[in-house]
Each structure stands twice: as C-alpha cells, then as structure tokens.
Design a protein around this ligand. Structure first.
Ligand code: HEM
Length: 135
C-alpha cells in the first residue's frame, strides 16, 4: 500500500516533463525552424506511457472501489492522457519521417494544439487528485 502510494505520487511527476513541448513547438513553428529535439520528446512520451500504466495500477490499488464515480472519473481522465500521448507520439514520428517543410509546419501546429490540450487535462487531473476526498 505504501509502495503504491509512493509510486503513484512520484511517477505522476513524469507527466510534467511534457509541459514545455507545446510551447517549444509553437515557437519553432512561428520562427519556421526545425524541432531538433523531436526524438527526445518521443522518448519522453515512451517513458511517460510506462509511467501511466503504473500510475493507473497504483491508483486503483489505493482506491479499489469501482462503484464509486471518483474511480471512473479518474480512469476516464487517465485514458484521455493515454490517448493524447498516443496521438502526440504519432505526430512526432511523422515529423521525424517527413522531409517536406510545409507538412512539418502543419505537424508542429498539431503538436502544439495537442500539447496544450494535454496540459489542460493534466491541470484537471492534478486538481482532481489533490481534492480526491472532497468529491
Ligand atoms: C494520469 C493519471 C493520474 C495522475 C497524474 C495522478 C496523480 C495523483 C497525485 C499527484 C496524487 C497526490 C495528490 C495530493 O495529495 O496532492 C494522487 C492521489 C490519488 N490518486 Fe491519482 N493520479 C492518476 C490516476 C489515478 C487513478 C486512475 C486512480 C484510481 C482509480 C487514482 C487514485 C488516487 C487516490 C485514491 C489518491 C489519494 C491518495 C491519498 O491521499 O490517500 N489516481 N494522484
């Protein structure tokens, strides 16, 4: 139980690593320069995805009550994060593979929109988690 508590809180911090991505993409798009760090961001997403699985399992271990609406809200938010991570990594892979300048600019725009949506869900989930027993 203590391990789940520790893992849940510490691994949740991994989600913060992606926060700069939409800002960096936006600046690169405006300046029409390359996102040289695309591979690094892709690897951060891979690590975050692994963290997501552990955060989900440890969260359910901490609160194994499936008749509670809280659990379902947490699961839906977690799945939303998982989905956003999946689409973000797809866009980054396309960015790395394509050589076409205008497709790259479009991809940077998509990456920043998806990244800002990701930040929105992260804010909601952290707010929800830190008021867990008030809901
Ligand atoms: C992306 C997904 C998640 C993130 C980022 C996350 C993050 C966090 C964080 C940072 C805390 C500590 C809050 C604080 O004390 O201020 C917390 C607490 C908690 N989380 Fe999550 N969580 C996630 C998913 C889940 C899921 C799926 C469940 C269970 C269904 C869950 C159940 C809990 C519970 C019960 C607590 C309160 C622990 C306590 O104080 O006794 N979490 N979560």
């Amino acid at each position: 139980m203590l391990t789940a508590y520790f893992l849940h809180r510490v691994l949740a911090l991994l989600f913060l690593l992606l926060i700069p991505l939409p800002f960096v993409s936006l600046v690169k798009r405006r300046k029409k320069t390359e996102l040289g760090s695309a591979v690094i961001w892709l690897n951060i997403i891979r690590i975050t995805n692994l963290g997501l699985v552990v955060v989900l399992i440890s969260g359910i271990t901490l609160y194994p009550f499936f008749s509670s609406i809280r659990t379902w809200v947490a699961i839906v938010l977690t799945l939303a994060i998982g989905g956003l991570l999946g689409v973000l990594s797809k866009q980054l892979k396309q960015y790395i593979l394509t050589g076409d300048q205008s497709s790259r600019l479009n991809l940077l725009q998509r990456i920043s929109i998806l990244g800002f949506s990701y930040i929105g869900v992260i804010v909601i989930i952290f707010g929800f988690m830190s008021h867990w027993y008030q809901f």
